[in-house]
Write a protein that binds this ligand. Structure first.
Ligand code: MF3
Ligand code: CO
Length: 248
C-alpha cells in the first residue's frame, strides 16, 4: 500500500532530511586519503546524537551500523571499517536519519583525493541519473517513467544500472511501498500522486550490473570487480517538481 503523507509528517521528514544533508556536508570535509570509514561512522553516530536524532539503519534487519560505507567495487551495504581510504578510491556513504519520528534517506559517493577519469565520469553520470529521475518524478507520471529516464541516460553513457537494489517509499519505516526501479518502461507502473514520499537512488556500474554477495550477507559487490557509484535523495511528489527533502 502506498501511503500519502500529511503535511505534519512531511515537515518532520524534511527536518530529518536537512540534518542528513548537513551530515553529508560534514562528511565531504572529512574525506581524504588516510581516513577510515570507521571514523566517519563514529562521527555520524555522535553528530546525530548531538542533534537529537538517531541512525535508523542501526539494528535494521540486524545491520549493526549507522552508515553503509561502500568502497570502489562495493555497490551498497558495505560495513564501515578500520581500513584507511586511499587516494583514487571512491566511497558511498548511505544513511537514514530519524529525527522526532521523521525519516530521511540519502546516499552520496565521494572521491578520495584525485580519482581516475573513469571514476569521475561514473560519479558524474550517476549523480546526473538521479536528477534525470527526479525531473520526471511528479504527480500523474508513473514509476516506469523514473526508471526509464535513469536507464536510458545511464546506458547511453555506457554504464549499467544495478537491478538487485531499488528505491522505495519511506515514512514511519525506512522501506515502504512502492518499489522504485531504476530501469523500466515509460508509462508503466504505479501512478505517482501528490504527497507520496519516495527515494530515488540509482547505483551505476562501470561494467556489468550483476552483483555478487560477500559471505557477510550484506556487502554487495560488482560481479566483475569494476567500480560502482550511487546517489540518493528522499523526495515528496507534487504536481510540479518534487520537494527534495535531503538536498545538500
Ligand atoms: N539506506 C539504504 C537504502 O537506501 C538501506 C540500507 S539497509 C540497512 O535503502 F540495513 F543498512 F539499513
Ligand atoms: Co534508500
Amino acid at each position: 500500500m502506498i501511503t500519502i503523507k500529511s503535511e505534519r509528517e512531511i515537515n518532520l521528514m524534511h527536518e530529518a532530511g536537512k540534518l542528513l544533508a548537513a551530515t553529508h556536508r560534514e562528511i565531504a570535509k572529512m574525506i581524504k586519503p588516510g581516513i577510515t570509514t570507521w571514523e566517519i561512522e563514529e562521527f555520524v553516530d555522535k553528530y546525530l546524537a548531538e542533534h537529537g536524532a538517531t541512525p535508523e539503519q542501526k539494528g535494521y534487519n540486524g545491520y549493526k551500523y549507522a552508515t553503509c560505507a561502500s568502497v570502489n567495487d562495493v555497490i551498497c551495504h558495505g560495513f564501515p571499517q578500520k581500513i584507511a581510504l586511499k587516494e583514487g578510491d571512491i566511497v558511498t556513504i548511505d544513511m537514514v536519519v530519524n529525527l522526532n519520528g521523521g525519516l530521511a534517506d540519502s546516499a552520496w559517493t565521494y572521491a578520495v583525493g584525485e580519482v581516475s577519469d573513469e571514476a569521475q565520469r561514473l560519479m558524474d553520470v550517476t549523480k546526473n541519473a538521479l536528477y534525470r529521475g527526479i525531473e520526471v518524478a511528479r504527480a500523474g507520471n508513473r514509476l516506469g517513467d523514473i526508471g526509464h529516464a535513469i536507464q536510458s541516460y545511464a546506458e547511453g553513457e555506457k554504464f549499467s544500472v544495478v537491478r538487485d537494489f531499488t528505491g522505495h517509499g519511506i515514512g514511519k519505516t525506512m522501506h515502504e511501498d512502492p518499489t522504485v526501479l531504476h530501469y523500466g518502461k515509460p508509462g508503466k507502473g504505479a501512478r505517482l500522486k501528490e504527497g507520496m514520499v519516495i527515494t530515488i537512488e540509482p547505483m551505476l556500474n562501470a561494467g556489468t550490473w550483476h552483483m555478487k554477495m560477500d559471505q557477510d550477507g550484506w556487502t554487495a559487490r560488482t560481479a566483475d570487480g569494476k567500480l560502482s557509484a550511487q546517489y540518493e535523495h528522499t523526495l515528496v511528489i507534487t504536481k510540479e517538481d518534487p520537494i527534495i527533502l535531503t538536498e545538500q
